[in-house]
Design a binder for this molecule. Structure first.
Ligand code: GLA
Length: 696
């Protein structure tokens, strides 16, 4: 049984990991264990005697509380803070009861006086070795309760050890850098205050003891399903304890919880593996494909996107010319990017007016869509629904719909403002406009973009606390997107925010794939893709081959880089010339053969691109019968032969089965390929893709 429970102790077991907590002698709910699954329920440590010494170090400060609220003599980072009508600003959460259902456990807590109930939700995913958590607050009183912080979860790591935190950081066009740093005394915060997930950090963590690598070592990891302001806190105390918290950001956050209402936090998913960062990523990839994505098992199509070729200069002639060439190359989906709608000749006008521009498309989109369909491809479109240009009919009609503080200056970014998606009329307007385009045209793909972050977060006429904007905006986006998905189930959706500014487990419930960066220069892309792969699976990683970067980068190299994800083409095909297009067609054909392995298989990062100029990765099908190896030699060292190219050791094969590796004569066991290594000898900007096939 995955959940072992007594009246005051709970053990949540997955196939290989376990998480245990219980009530201590003072009635606090405290964490007891998070790590490898032990042999018997009696093996897990129980809460024991509460600690505490000296008037400065109360037991409350030292306890490893599951969900600490602001109260008593504790000065650690709490999960929960609220203020009440009677002036109280602390919450003393007492255990009330536990409810258990198969793989789910709910712990009910209640404030000692206020009629506030907190439910801690736990759901185990046994096969994936993952634990999902969330919290719910219900106001059972007659007065409003003001929530000031309500995180999704706190985790405690085994005591008295030194830890290292891995996280992702970056900026526009340079997202997804992996940073590994020691957690020293004090608090480390990662967050977004931008109303969206952000390019700058991502709500994911992996913590290890300092020596884990791709294949070995204990790793505790987690990710948040939320696309707005979030906060991750790692706190290491003077008492040798390290706790991690993740959830909604409490910065500028407030929520009026009215009598009878419940506030539910976004979920977090967390896991433990003794098998290094690679295993942690594979667990997340499987979970995202199986539990998060709406159609995680659907093959991602090879698409063409017009942005880098034609930018705002789209019309039927230019797009049809590209579409014809794309179709010849084997592209399956043609996506017209920005520039197609009313008044959109540049980025200073048009956003908000979601109907075809009558100069560029005098007969609407239909003729182009039909031409694309006649070429055997599906048609897709770019939109940026949350935005408005001051130069638009929408803004002229509803200037108050843009987020701002009335009467004060407001910042434009890329000449645009953000529509307040917390407002029902804004949601309705966008819903109606997008619904119309999708109903009137045979559109199978939407790229949903978001090209700026929030500022001056005013909400005129807010029904409650205007700071609720941060959360209600995101809920509004989820609602509109979810409703459109429901009404138009034939559409595949992409999440884009100036590249990788909005990728998280929340948006991936709505978006099938993501645009991970506006930087398509392939050597940069290797780093970007590797960082992205820490959390998110290849089937969501849209990767286009474009003309960005120096001409001496071979097409083959560019294609191989993009074939590591959901392949797309974004170059100017007319300028490519026939020879290049024929070569690209060859790679597209190969990609179509191997994409099930890439999109649904297990990823092994064999040699890091962020750390080396010679890098390699491998995808292995779930049945271990097929695999694909990619290797790249990117930038040119001063004296090439000084840069060693160590052998590449394959991973993930069946040790006892026999395999062939393209380009090698030998038939060898999986064990042999994994233990003895292969020499690839790549020159500058050379790359290789090799199929590995089981022969027995
Ligand atoms: C953003 C996207 C690009 C493109 C442009 C269009 O920058 O990331 O891919 O769609 O907007 O304006």
């Amino acid at each position: 049984m995955p959940i072992h429970a007594t009246s005051n102790f709970w053990i949540l077991e997955t196939e290989h990991s376990a998480y245990a907590f219980g009530l201590d002698a003072d009635g606090r709910l405290v964490n007891c264990y998070w790590g490898e699954r032990l042999l018997h329920p009696g093996d897990y440590p129980t809460p024991g005697i509460p600690g505490g010494w000296a008037s400065f170090n109360d037991a409350g400060q030292l306890a490893r509380e599951e969900y600490p609220a602001e109260s008593g003599l504790k000065y650690i980072e709490p999960c929960f803070k609220a203020s009440y009508a009677d002036g109280a600003r602390d919450s003393v959460l007492c255990f009330e009861k536990a409810e258990q259902q198969e793989n789910e456990l709910k712990i009910h807590l209640r404030d000692e006086q206020q009629a506030l109930k907190i439910i801690l939700g736990y759901r185990i995913h046994p096969a994936g070795d993952l634990l999902e958590r969330w919290a719910e607050a219900t106001n059972e009183s007659q007065a409003v309760i003001r929530l000031e912080r309500i995180l999704s979860a706190q985790w405690h790591l085994p005591r008295a050890r030194a830890y290292r935190l891995s996280h992702l950081y970056g900026r526009w066009a340079d997202e997804w850098n992996v940073c590994r740093e020691a957690l020293t005394m004090g608090v480390k915060v990662l967050e977004s205050r931008r109303i969206t997930t952000s390019h700058h950090a991502n709500p994911w963590f992996a913590v290890d003891g300092g020596r884990a690598d791709e294949d070995h070592g204990e790793v505790w990891f987690g990710a948040l399903a939320w696309s707005g302001n979030w906060k991750f806190i790692a706190e290491t105390t003077e008492f040798g304890s390290t706790r991690l918290s993740l959830g909604l950001n409490d910065w500028d956050f407030a929520w009026q919880l009215h009598p009878g209402e419940t506030f539910s936090t976004p979920a977090v998913i967390s896991g433990y593996t003794p098998d290094g960062f690679g295993a942690a990523s594979r667990r997340l990839h499987d979970f995202i494909r199986e539990q998060v994505l709406p159609n995680g098992q659907a093959l991602r199509k090879v698409l063409y996107n017009s942005w880098e070729a034609t930018e705002f200069n789209v019309d039927e002639t230019s797009q049809a010319a590209l579409a014809e060439l794309a179709a010849e190359m084997g592209v399956e989906l043609f996506v017209m990017d920005d520039g197609w709608f009313h008044g959109r000749d540049h980025d200073r006008a048009g956003l908000g007016d979601w109907w075809p521009d009558d100069k560029k498309f005098p007969n609407g989109l239909k003729p182009l869509v039909e031409r694309v369909n006649a070429l055997g491809m599906e048609f897709g479109l770019w939109v940026e629904p949350e935005m408005v240009n001051p130069d638009s009919d929408l803004y002229r009609a509803h200037p108050d719909w843009a987020i701002h503080f009335p009467g004060r200056s407001r910042s434009e970014a890329r000449n645009q403002l953000i529509l307040n998606f917390a407002r029902a009329e804004v949601q309705e307007y966008i819903l109606e406009k997008l619904d119309k385009i999708l109903s009137e045209n045979n559109i199978r793909f939407i790229k949903w973009d978001m090209n700026r972050n929030a500022s001056e977060p005013g909400w005129q006429g807010a029904p409650g606390d205007p700071r609720e904007l941060w959360v209600r905006y995101v809920q509004g986006v989820y609602r509109v997107w979810g409703e459109l998905r429901k009404r138009h189930p034939q559409v595949t959706w992409q999440s884009c925010s100036g590249g990788g500014g909005r990728v998280d487990l929340g948006i991936l419930r709505l978006a099938d794939q993501a645009w991970v960066s506006d930087n398509t220069e392939p050597t940069a892309r290797l780093n970007i893709q590797e960082g992205y792969s820490q959390v998110y699976p290849a089937c969501t990683m849209e990767a286009w081959v474009t003309d960005m970067g120096p001409d001496y980068l071979p097409l083959e190299f560019r294609m191989h880089v993009s074939m590591c994800g959901a392949l797309g083409i974004g170059g100017h095909l007319v300028r490519w010339g026939a020879e290049k297009r024929v070569e690209a067609a060859k790679w597209i054909a190969l990609y179509k053969e191997i994409r099930p392995i890439i999109q649904f298989g297990d990823l092994y990062r064999l040699r890091s691109a962020q750390e080396n100029s010679f890098s390699a990765l491998e995808y292995v099908s779930k049945d271990r019968k097929d695999a694909v190896l990619f290797a790249f030699r990117s930038h040119q060292p001063l004296i090439p032969y000084l840069e060693p190219q160590p052998p590449i050791y394959l991973r993930g094969l069946d040790p006892a089965a026999l395999y062939t590796l393209e380009g090698c004569e030998a038939v060898r066991s999986g064990l042999a390929w994994m233990r003895t290594g292969i020499d690839l000898h790549l020159f500058d900007y050379q790359s290789t893709v090799r199929r590995i096939r089981q022969v027995s």
